[in-house]
Design a protein around this ligand. Structure first.
Ligand code: NAP
Length: 247
């Protein structure tokens, strides 16, 4: 993976941040996207600098077409190509369907699903310039397993799993592979906000491996799917969840 060019959306926190770190350790140049928080970006930047100088942070809301277009123009100007795209940025709003604010529902779909579509669209011309390009879309266990109070999140993640398969069909002619990773509950700021210790312990006890996922679990799987070691894996949805779907 040395000297490959990567772009990770939502790369300043949680799973995305760990993916960025692992790519830097492998010797990649990484474009680190984030949507809003400069403060969180500056904190993440300090951690990245301890590993490598080969990264650039770019603020762009993945749900806004013009901002994403400009982000990929920056990649084009600097390198003229892209080897790896990790569509990781995501959000959630918990709400029962009968209480739904439809604008909130649309927002979740816009970021989690449409945002990945927009990034894929603008990345394609740059990925075509790579020898063996690869896209990993981060979805969720809730893309295949329904969960109350999470209709928008479940719908968006299910959409990404099938969008990935269509992308794989369309892009394999350009030697661009596309796969999904579906994590279960993983220890990040997004996932654990508002949970009590007791609730976290219940989640751990409910998993066949008696623990939560860690960002490094998801990062390791992502790097595998990006790499040439996965050169014949295309259109798949890799569950990284300790076996929780077996229950
Ligand atoms: N953690 C879990 O348990 C879990 C389980 C299954 C799937 N996932 C998926 O894994 C991915 C990462 O989740 P996480 O838990 O690591 O979340 P996180 O810690 O909250 O990090 C989310 C990242 O996405 C960025 N982001 C949010 N909205 C954005 C937007 N509109 N445009 C660009 N960037 C945006 C955030 O930066 P800003 O705030 O600055 O925008 C941040 O860098 C998500 O797609 C999530 O659905 C997580």
């Amino acid at each position: 993976m040395k000297d490959k060019i990567a772009l990770v959306t939502g790369g300043t926190s949680g799973i995305g941040k760990e993916i960025v770190k692992q790519l830097l350790l492998e010797g990649c140049f990484v474009f680190v996207n984030f949507g809003h928080s400069e403060e969180i970006m500056y904190e993440a930047k300090k951690e990245f600098k301890e590993i490598s100088k080969n990264f650039k942070c770019i603020k762009a809301d993945v749900s806004k077409e013009q901002e994403v277009y400009e982000m990929f123009e920056t990649v084009k100007e600097k390198f003229g190509k892209l080897d790896y795209l990790v569509n990781n940025a995501g959000m959630n709003i918990d709400c029962f369907i009968e209480d739904l604010d439809i604008d909130g529902f649309r927002k979740v779909l816009d970021v989690n699903l449409v945002g990945k579509v927009i990034c894929t669209k603008f990345a394609i011309p740059l990925l075509k310039k790579s020898e063996n390009a690869s896209i990993v879309n981060i979805a969720s266990r809730l893309g295949t397993k329904p969960c109350e109070e999470a209709s928008a999140y479940c719908a968006s993640e299910a959409g990404i799993i099938n969008f990935t398969k269509v992308s794989a069909l369309e892009l394999s002619k350009y030697k661009i592979r596309v796969n999904t990773i579906s994590p279960s509950l993983t220890r990040t700021p997004l996932a654990l906000a508002g949970w009590t210790e007791k609730e976290i312990e219940e989640q751990m006890n409910n998993n066949p491996m008696y623990r939560l996922g860690e960002p490094i679990d998801i990062a390791n799987a992502t790097l595998f799917l990006l790499s040439d070691k996965a050169s014949y894996i295309n259109g798949e949805n890799l569950n990284v969840n300790g076996g929780i779907l077996l229950k």
